[in-house]
Design a protein around this ligand. Structure first.
Ligand code: FES
Ligand code: FE
Length: 450
């Protein structure tokens, strides 16, 4: 009931553009999130290029629970609960690898990479007569891919992935479908632990462009981002569908032309075409300088021009995908993948990798700025003072009469669209769906509006 009351407070507060700070630090709310959000939503697991060969696997999480994402001997992908059917022991002790089988270290039950039980030691004496069929590893309720991005949900009643993505699919298309052969991850993901709540990451990547001029001022001053701040704010905020939000900066408002296509140079952009996407999607990608977005709950995407080291190199486009992996109300593990288009040359891939590494990575110039303030959001959210004072956070930017953001009606894509990025409806969209999910019972999905 306490959680329910907090969600009612969010719902009521959102109509005034306010959110109770406690959602960023209250342990009861966090426990409810593990069931009601991470136990039900489609959660990003891996990209198919991470498990290209049969037998490849990676270990990933849904909420705080481990799953082994495998490609079996027939090329099929499975998301297997990392727990032996016998006594629940963790069966996979590596982060990634290639194996046709997983053998439990306790008594030696052995499973194939599709999760089925294939044998156990001393079978005849110990287990003859037991049916193997219903003693395989447990699996995620549903698994689906979109542009090679593998998602899973623990809820058999969750709508299909494409329905869940709603209007966001149109925007994922125009990032991941630009190259007719798609994308691939460039190396293993970076992982680092930050004492922050997972929603601070989702909130930021839903389109918190307002922080750029203050928090990242130093990055601008060394020339790592090749677009002036005020020009960069010229673009669109889009509530693609309930929960999923994104933000574009558009190239056409620059004093000097370009960069287009998120800063990927002409030698790469010449391979972009509308084989897999519509001409309208290709045109929006061409006009775009920055794309940043979040698929509810914790999967974020960022594409933009960056230089490798300050002003000494010409900018190139970078594309990163990431998850804000919850590890408690006040901790996340950030998983950060660098992504390239398949048809880029090895030199182009190396260049985009270095530019991403120097900016949006553990030691990157942008990343180090962002994580520090999130620590203190969590502290505020879990504070006694915040609770006693009923402390609310302000998300009023872009509400009627607040600021200059205006609704846009002639935009070619789906969703509610606002012009200029001085706008916080993208975050209100995140928290509205969050509150709706937290208040609804498993099996009763909140209604999708578009
Ligand atoms: Fe795995 Fe016994 S717990 S074989
Ligand atoms: Fe930032």
């Amino acid at each position: 009931p306490k959680v329910r009351q907090a969600m009612d407070r969010i719902d009521e507060g959102l109509s005034r553009g306010r959110i109770p700070a406690e959602v960023f630090g209250n342990p009861d709310i966090y426990q409810a999130e593990l069931r009601r959000i991470f136990g039900r939503a489609w959660v990003f697991m891996a990209h198919e290029s991470e498990i290209e060969a049969n037998g490849d696997y990676v270990v990933r999480k849904i909420g705080e629970d481990s799953f082994v994402v495998t490609r079996d001997e027939h090329g099929q992908i499975h998301v297997l609960f990392d727990a032996c059917r016998h006594r629940g022991v963790q069966i996979c002790r590596a982060d990634s690898g290639n194996s046709s089988h997983f053998r439990c270290p306790y008594h030696g039950w052995t499973y194939s990479s599709d999760g089925s039980l294939v044998g156990a030691p001393l079978w005849k004496n110990a287990l003859s007569g037991m049916k193997k069929e219903n003693s395989g590893l447990a699996k995620a309720a549903q698994v689906e891919s979109f542009h090679g991005l593998i998602f899973a949900t623990l809820d058999p009643t969750a709508p299909p992935l494409r329905t869940y993505l709603g209007g966001m699919a149109w925007y994922l298309d125009l990032v991941f479908g630009l190259d007719k052969d798609g994308v691939e991850v460039l190396g293993a993901p970076q992982r680092f632990v930050v004492d922050a709540n997972w929603k601070s990451g989702a909130d930021n990547f839903s389109g918190d462009d307002y922080h750029l001029g203050t928090l990242h001022k130093s990055v601008w001053s060394i020339g790592a981002f090749p677009v002036p701040f005020s020009e960069n704010m010229m673009g669109y905020h889009i509530q693609a569908s309930p929960g999923h939000s994104l933000s574009f900066s558009m190239a056409e408002y620059a004093d000097e032309p370009g960069p287009n296509f998120f800063g990927f140079p002409e030698s790469i952009a010449e391979h972009f075409d509308s084989v897999n996407i519509s001409p309208e999607q290709l045109e929006v990608a061409r006009r775009s300088r920055v794309f940043v977005g979040n698929v509810f709950p914790n999967f974020s995407i960022l594409a933009l021009p960056m230089t490798e080291d300050g002003a000494n190199h010409a900018p190139t486009g970078i594309l990163t995908i990431r998850t804000w992996q919850p590890k408690g109300p006040g901790q996340i593990e950030i998983w950060n993948w660098f992504v390239g288009y398949k048809n880029m040359t090895p030199e182009q891939k190396e260049r985009t990798y270095h530019a991403a590494l120097g900016t949006f990575s553990l030691g990157g110039s942008f990343e180090m700025d962002d994580t520090e303030p999130w620590l203190t959001v969590t502290r505020t959210g879990g504070s006694v003072a915040g609770e006693l004072l009923g402390f609310e956070l302000n998300y009023e930017m872009g509400m009627p009469g607040i600021g200059m953001a205006t609704p846009v009606s002639d935009w070619p894509g789906p969703g509610k669209v606002y012009w200029t990025r001085y706008e916080e409806g993208v975050q209100r969209n995140l928290y509205q769906f969050y509150a709706d999910m937290m208040r609804s019972e498993p099996g009763e999905w909140p209604e999708f509006e578009f």
